[in-house]
Design a protein around this ligand. Sequence first.
Ligand code: FAD
Length: 379
Amino acid sequence: MTSHAIVIGGGIGGLAAALALHRIGWHATVLERAPELREIGAGMSQAPNALRALDELGVGKQARAVGVPTYATGNLRTPDGRYLQRARPGDPTPLLGFHRADLHRVLLEAIPPGWVRPGAEVTAVRQEEETVTVRCGHDELSAGLVIAADGIRSTARRLLWPDAPPPRFLGRTAWLGIAETPDMPGSMTLGPGGYFLIHPVAGDRAYWAYVTSADQPGLRYDSAEKAELLKHVGDWHDPIPALIGATAPGTVIRIDIHDLDPLPTYVNGRVVLLGDAAHAMSPDRGQGAGQSLEDAVVLAAALAGEPTIDGALRRYDAERRPRTQATAMGARQDGARSTSKGAYRLMTPMLRLVPAPLWRKGISRDGNSTWRWRPPRLT
Ligand SMILES: Cc1cc2nc3c(=O)[nH]c(=O)nc-3n(C[C@H](O)[C@H](O)[C@H](O)COP(=O)(O)OP(=O)(O)OC[C@H]3O[C@@H](n4cnc5c(N)ncnc54)[C@H](O)[C@@H]3O)c2cc1C
């Protein structure tokens, strides 16, 4: 069996794939189109399933060192500041908040030097028997396996899955930012038509995000994004307006939420889709990057365990498609609910009535079926 793969994309999914291959004794070349390898964006949370995948990748300790426990799902609030559910000090919380750049760096630092090539955009993919050749500038590179981890607008998916529909706009948009502020416990505030999430991240900072409905993608206010956002949440409880105020001007990020309809397969010959390229999902379950970490571990375990690459890819596809597509469809529905005014009016009183112990159990390490996932062993 060949033991060299080309990975397209140096985001969290692509780096996790390269690291997983390293763990099973393969070699990888990671081609990243950005001139410099760094994760842009703000923050994220990682749940126990993702943390277990990081453990299996051998970087669980390093990741936990830059992750901060967050009570986001334990502190549910309404815009006037009242608590629908409230975490008690010292309650265990299974979620960690991360600055994206910190998690990306942990993965990058564990990859052997020389494996990652920034400034390398893949523009064509050709398959012949058991070899895949990718074009990248004036160069052509070949390997027995190509892992396409090139994100929601994947070039490999466009070229090799020509019938796959383009990303679907979900009628939602998000503002995101990072503010310098210590001791933020994490919370989620449900409002009529949108929700505001806060996660603490390393370095006495907090990541915040406001997700709301939008009629169309692409509407931008450039330097006035903060002012626009404050029109939605400027009168919400502390520290929401203060956090937005403390975010450096020009660093507020605006993302229109898209996902992918389920693909019939993640495998085409010796090209396999991983991460957002395969199953980009709405952020409402905080699982997109976590699922890409799981993908990486499962793919490497299949490559190590099956006698042929084709058999390994079949196993990967059979294991990963049902789980990732169910998670994506669940996130699509959660997002539609959490930005609907009708659902807000209906759900808020119900959430207040859920007994606290039951709520705590639901958000505990094993209370959530997605979080219970256990990785296969790589070593
Ligand atoms: C608002 C928001 C909040 C989120 N919150 C969370 C969260 O809390 N927890 C969580 O787990 N997930 C979260 N996600 C999802 C998460 O961001 C993604 O699932 C994850 O980043 C996907 O990683 P990836 O490596 O698959 O893709 P990407 O991060 O998109 O990386 C793809 C890489 O490929 C490169 N590339 C693209 N095309 C080419 C090419 N042709 N040649 C070479 N390189 C190429 C790109 O430059 C990029 O570096 C959130 C997403 C959003 C939008």
